[in-house]
Design a protein around this ligand. Structure first.
Ligand code: AMP
Ligand code: ZN
Ligand code: ZN
Length: 415
């Protein structure tokens, strides 16, 4: 319980304004554990109904950013891969949870398609550009282990020494125990970078909406897993040996049937090819139709339509062949859909969603870091998802690949 005790003391000293307790046994080589809690909105910890003693303790003893600003689109795969590469989706190429690439053709000459559940696509390096942190580490002789992270299954040199195919059913305690067992391997195989992933908070947010008690229950389930992790790290070396960086990929906003944009009101859907992702994208049959379609959709309320080359520059969502020629960006909490979908599902949309403009507070995520490399008892206002790569590289003591990570972010959160 040494780490827990140290955390409690740090929390006390942070509250009293006293000088933080020094961690006497800080070792030169620390383990860096990156944890993703999918869909954990920036403000969930401020809720009175959320029981998360471990998260709260780590946040008050370490560094917390009030908001982690995700990349656009605010979806799982683009954001997880930006967190670990420091690149925007237009740069690393994972521009959506699902996508197609007109420059990658299948045997019949059709554009290849990517989806999250396709294990071939998850292993195919052509979809995954840039250099993820585990490759940066392995290339420099630092071992990595991933208990799930988008991009960790890619088959290429310097992939993680330890990794597993995604299995949503693997219990949270088994995920923790798998990672801890890697730490018990002989030195040559022992990872100094570990990544862990938990989906329950996102799933409950989708099913019941961000304010629901089910979200609070899922947070407590993840918090229990974090307590198991902290206790396991403690028995393997104690306070001072582990940097814990806990993030999420995006937030969540309530959606309902009163806030829908029906695309058929603007356009005959038979004449175009629609990607019903978030954002909704349109591939016109002929490039000549593009401007007319943009104007027709843009005339609707609660959605903006853009030629991809005209999307707001701050979104960094232009320069990639996988981005559809027309991009639709809905107002916060509005669902762009079709009449046939609404006719077929009179209970939808409901619950929660994400994928919206990353400037909406509702889309902001979580950042907590605790350990020998991080500030103590500190809160900063915000960090960007792409900054996390630089922070990870610094904590590991490896040279980062070129990225968009802001060097000042390292100075703001690290010691
Ligand atoms: P989203 O709605 O964008 O937040 O996507 C969340 C879903 O992504 C989760 O419910 C997971 O089932 C799925 N997911 C997360 N990580 C992976 C992965 N590495 N491989 C396949 N699916 C994943
Ligand atoms: Zn997600
Ligand atoms: Zn989600």
């Amino acid at each position: 319980m040494r780490l827990l005790l140290a955390l409690a003391l740090l929390t006390l000293s942070a509250c009293s304004g006293a000088r933080p307790v020094e961690q006497a046994d800080a070792a030169p080589e620390t383990t860096v554990v990156l944890v993703s809690i999918d869909g954990f909105r920036y403000d969930y910890l401020n809720r009175a109904d959320v029981q998360a003693p471990t998260l709260r303790m780590l946040a008050s003893a370490g560094v917390r950013a009030e908001r982690l600003i995700p990349v656009f689109p605010t979806k799982t795969f683009p954001n997880h891969y930006s967190l670990v590469t420091g690149l925007y989706p237009e740069q690393h190429g994972v521009v959506g949870n699902s996508m197609r690439d007109p420059a990658m053709l299948d045997e019949e000459g059709r554009p290849m398609e990517f989806s999250m559940s396709n294990s071939d696509a998850n292993a195919d390096a052509r979809w995954w550009g840039g250099e993820p942190i585990w490759t940066t580490a392995e290339r420099q002789g630092v071992r990595a282990g991933t208990v799930f992270w988008p991009g960790s299954e890619v088959d290429r040199p310097n992939r993680p020494t330890h990794w597993m195919p995604y299995d949503d059913d693997l219990s949270y305690s088994a995920r923790i125990d798998t990672a801890l067992a890697w730490l018990d391997r002989p030195q040559a195989e022992r990872p100094r970078l570990i990544a862990l992933y938990f989906s329950a908070v996102d799933s409950e947010g989708h099913d019941h909406g961000p304010g629901a008690p089910e979200v609070a229950e899922a947070i407590s389930e993840v918090d229990d897993a974090l307590a198991r992790l902290v206790a396991g790290l403690d028995t393997r070396g104690g306070a001072g040996l582990a940097d814990l960086i806990i993030v999420s990929d995006h937030g969540m906003v309530a959606v309902d049937r009163s806030r829908v944009v029906v695309l058929n009101d603007a356009l005959d859907l038979e004449t175009v090819d629609v990607d019903w992702g978030d954002p909704v994208g349109i591939w016109p049959n002929s490039a000549d139709d593009t401007d007319a379609i943009v104007a027709q959709i843009d005339a609707l309320d609660h959605v903006r339509a853009y030629r991809k080359e005209n999307t707001p520059a701050r979104l960094r969502y232009r320069d990639n062949g996988r981005i559809p020629p027309i991009v639709l960006i809905a107002d916060d909490g509005w669902t762009v859909t079709s009449q046939s979908y609404l006719d077929g599902r009179d209970d939808r949309p409901s619950g929660g969603s994400h994928g919206f403009d990353n400037a909406y507070a509702s889309m902001s995520g979580l950042f907590i870091a605790h350990g020998p490399h991080f500030g103590r008892g500190m809160t900063i206002d915000s960090l960007s998802a792409v900054d996390v790569y630089g922070i990870l590289a610094r904590a590991l003591g490896v040279d980062p690949a070129p990225s968009e990570a802001d060097a000042s972010a390292v100075r703001r959160v690290m010691r």
